[in-house]
Design a protein around this ligand. Structure first.
Ligand code: SF4
Length: 540
């Protein structure tokens, strides 16, 4: 059987280098594009390359995964072991690193077949930019199985994935960062918004690739993760999990039958959420929703007829935290109306808010349209096409330089008006507990009580630190945080108040020290993982 190596691109990521790394584009989802303007209260955590883990788990050939290697570590791996196939995965901004790794593979392991996959493969003409034997476009499990002579339609085995690692807050490592598991029921999204890379990559409008088709299969994957990883909350990596209502409600039935008080973090479009009664979402255990708000009058079908302000308010009042996602620089935006657009986004007071520039990415309908209209900006490197640096196209009213100014303004205004996301999230969690502690369903009561003990152990200490940190610069926010902390200490009782007063000052001291040393946030890199199969082969 062929021996396979699957690898992500090499680190470091949060530096400016000749391979396409950028200081402003760290490998951290939150610090990159959600909480980056929140100073020491930005959430710092990493996620594994889940696609590689899924691939490894679903081929019978011996397969090693190397995740976040250094360039030297990659060279060492391919020169000291023999691999018949070296698969390199990256996203569009990683094109320079993928090209370098293809070259290294040719030099240090000339007998290997080199395969490139992941979103980087959507770049038109990628074959001419680098030296690979194959470009695997779209869904990878079927492609790799077929390439290895295996059955592409064999059932999917779900890997056990901890959803994050390396969690840090206010300059301190925080335990419990990996306390949830990731489940991947399907990839792609049938709604096919014109800018959406994920939807386009897996077939576009009307298409998805399903890994776990039935509620029973999802339940089994979750029960397995619960048993082996000791988790009870799940990050559902499915672009629109709630769209499939029948499956979601069947899953709820299974959870009720087996007494599971699981918590879900999901992505969902507004039209999918509207299919449910709010109590169904609570029963299901939905605690966090990544919701595309895009922008008023954006014209996306998924938002038709939805008052997103009211929807966000209702969800959060019921203990479901919203991560709103807003696009800056839609076609109708101008320097005159952009502030109103930002203000409306900020008014959602979502627990988290991602702001992204309108960005035609290779592979999408938007990219094709911009390209045929001659509106792409050829001076923008692939490494800078990530929606946080500046436009990569010619906008009718906003320049590239202005786009970055407006984007940064949106992040700051959201933080100034609503306070740190950690405060907002804690407020939603506390509301969840207040509503759920006497809930008719024992499972819901068990879930919120479990979280109450987490809140007692550290959340009020974090509030204490935030409140004192902001006292000199933002008295209003400090007062709101203090009000929440005092109410929590009163209601949660026990050791809550003494934890605030002992742990809070330590967190405050650390937050101040971190900001003094690293005003833009400490540059962090993910650690390297090597997951070997039982029968990995030494080079003869
Ligand atoms: S709803 Fe979200 S995931 Fe689906 S196509 Fe639109 S942007 Fe992509």
């Amino acid at each position: 059987m062929p021996n396979v190596l699957l690898t992500s691109v090499f680190k470091p990521f949060a530096v400016d280098d000749g391979f396409g790394s950028r200081t402003i584009n760290p490998a951290e989802l939150y610090h990159n594009q959600v909480t980056r303007e929140q100073g020491p209260f930005s959430l710092r955590l990493f996620h594994r390359s889940w696609g590689l883990m899924l691939l490894q788990h679903n081929v019978t050939s011996p397969c090693t995964v190397l995740d976040f290697p250094t360039r030297d570590r990659f060279i060492r791996e391919i020169s000291t072991r023999h691999y018949d196939v070296i698969g390199i995965s990256g996203i569009v901004v990683n094109a320079g690193k993928v090209r370098e790794m293809c070259g290294l593979a040719r030099r240090h392991s000339p007998r290997s077949t080199v395969v490139v996959g992941g979103h980087v493969s959507a770049i038109p003409g990628l074959e001419r930019l680098l030296d690979a034997d194959h470009i695997a476009r779209g869904e990878g499990v079927g492609w790799l199985r077929e390439h290895l002579g295996e059955d592409p339609d064999a059932p999917i085995r779900h890997p056990r994935i901890r959803s994050s690692f390396g969690f840090r807050l206010m300059g301190l490592p925080i335990s419990g960062g990996g306390s949830s598991a990731t489940i991947i029921p399907s990839v792609g999204c049938p709604l096919g918004c014109n800018f959406c890379t994920t939807s386009a990559f897996f077939g576009g409008k009307g298409k998805i690739v399903v890994y776990l088709e039935t509620a029973q299969q999802i339940f089994d994957a979750m029960a397995d993760a619960e048993r082996t990883l000791g988790v009870s909350s799940f990050f559902i990596m499915d672009e629109n999990f709630l769209l499939f209502k029948k499956r979601a409600l069947e899953l709820l039935d299974l959870m009720k039958r087996h007494g599971k008080s699981w918590a879900f973090y999901v992505f969902s479009s507004a039209n999918a959420i509207r299919q449910y009664d709010i109590e169904q979402l609570v029963d299901l255990g939905i605690e966090w929703i990544w919701l595309g708000l895009e922008g008023e009058a954006s014209g996306y079908r998924k938002l038709n007829g939805t008052d997103t302000l009211a929807l966000t308010r209702t969800l959060q009042a019921h203990g479901i935290a919203v991560l709103g996602s807003t696009i800056i620089g839609l076609e109708q935006h101008t320097p005159d109306n952009i502030d109103a657009h930002i203000d409306r986004a900020v008014a959602h007071d979502a627990a988290f808010h991602q702001f992204m520039l309108y960005t035609p990415m290779p592979g999408t309908e938007l990219y094709r349209n911009m390209s045929s209209a001659g509106r792409l900006d050829p001076s923008v490197a692939l490494a800078d096409m990530h929606g946080q640096a500046g436009f990569n196209f010619h906008h009718p009213a906003i320049t590239r330089a202005e786009s970055k100014i407006f984007l940064d303004r949106a992040f700051r205004r959201d933080h100034d008006a609503n306070g740190p996301s950690l405060y907002r999230l804690t407020r939603v969690m506390f509301d969840r507990w207040k509503r759920g502690r006497d809930h008719r369903d024992r499972r819901v009561r068990a879930r919120v009580c479990r979280e109450a003990s987490e809140m007692r152990r550290g959340h009020t200490a974090a509030l204490w630190a935030m409140e004192h940190y902001l006292e000199g610069t933002d008295r209003d926010t400090a007062a709101r945080i203090r009000g929440l902390r005092r109410e929590m200490e009163r209601e949660l009782g026990g050791v809550t108040a003494s934890v605030s007063r002992t742990l809070g000052p330590v967190m405050l001291w650390s937050a101040r020290r971190d900001m003094r040393r690293y005003p833009r946030g400490k540059p962090l890199e993910p650690r390297t993982f090597i997951d070997r199969p039982a029968r990995a082969t030494q080079r003869p």
